[in-house]
Design a protein around this ligand. Sequence first.
Ligand SMILES: Nc1ncnc2c1ncn2[C@@H]1O[C@H](COP(=O)(O)OP(=O)(O)O)[C@@H](O)[C@H]1O
Ligand SMILES: [Mg+2]
Length: 266
Amino acid sequence: MTQAELTSTHQQKTKKTRKIGYFNMKGGQGKSTLSENIAAALAQMGHRVLLIELDMQRNASSIYSGEIKYTLTDVLTERVGLKEAMYQARENFYIIPADTELDTAANYIVSKGRRAYKILARQIEELTDFDFILFDHSPSWSAVSETAHLASEELLVPCELEPYAIDGILSMFKKLEEHLEDHKIQLVGIIPNRVNFSSSMTSQYLQQLKDTFKEKVTPIIRIDKQIPRSQAYRETIFEHNPKSKAAADIQELAFFIISAGDNSHA
Ligand SMILES: Nc1ncnc2c1ncn2[C@@H]1O[C@H](COP(=O)(O)OP(=O)(O)O)[C@@H](O)[C@H]1O
Ligand SMILES: [Mg+2]
C-alpha cells in the first residue's frame, strides 16, 4: 500500500459522519428547501451526502426523477435495508425517499415498542461511507420523527421571521427534551429563512432572534423567487441559477455548517 492509500484509509476510519436533522414543528419554514439545497452544496464540494426524507409530501426528493422501488417506509418496517432504498440523485448526493404510506411505518414502530425506535439509528451506524446524513423532517411529531431524532446528533432549525417564531422554537426544544430523554442533540443553528428586508418588521424580528439564540443564528437566507422556480423544474438552486441570491446564501450557510462541525469535533 502506498503512503497516499494508507492516509486515505486512515481518514476513512477516523472520519465522523455528521447526522443533522432539519426540524421545525411549523410547516413552510424551509426544511425541505434547505435540506435539499444544502445537500447539493455539500455534495458539490466533494462531501458524500445522504438525504433522508421524513415527510409524506415528498418535497426534498423531488429532484430525483428516476424509478423508486423502496422507500423509507420499507426501511422502517424492516422489509429492506437502507442501501436498498437509497437512490443516487446527483454526484455524491443520495436520497432515501418517503411515500404516502409513512404513517404505516409509524404504527409499526409503535406496535413493536422501544427497540423499533432505534431501527434507523442502528442502520445508520453501519453506513460509514457518508460525510453527512441529513433528515428532512415533517412539521408534525410522530414515531417516525422520533426515530429520526434518535438517529441524529445535530439539529438545524429553519424559521421565518414572523410573530411567535421564537416561542414556537422554544416549545419545540422542550418537546425534544421531554421525548428524547437521555439522547442529546446538539443545536447547530437557527436559520432565518425567506428574509425580506422590504418588510418593516424584519430587522426587529431578526434582532430578537439574535438576542435569544446569540451565535446560534446562522447566516440568513433571503427571499428569492428563484427557489420556487428551481423546484418547479426539479432542479437544485445551483443547477437552476447559480448566480442567484439564494445560491449565494445557501453556499454561505453550507460553509457555516461545515465549520460548526470543525469546532465541535476538534
Ligand atoms: N428563501 C426562500 N425564498 C423564496 N421562497 C422560499 C424560500 N425558502 C422556501 N421557499 C418556499 O417556501 C415554501 C415552503 O418551503 P419548504 O421548504 O417546503 O418548507 P417546509 O419543508 O419547512 O414545510 C416552498 O414553496 C418554497 O419554495
Ligand atoms: Mg417539507
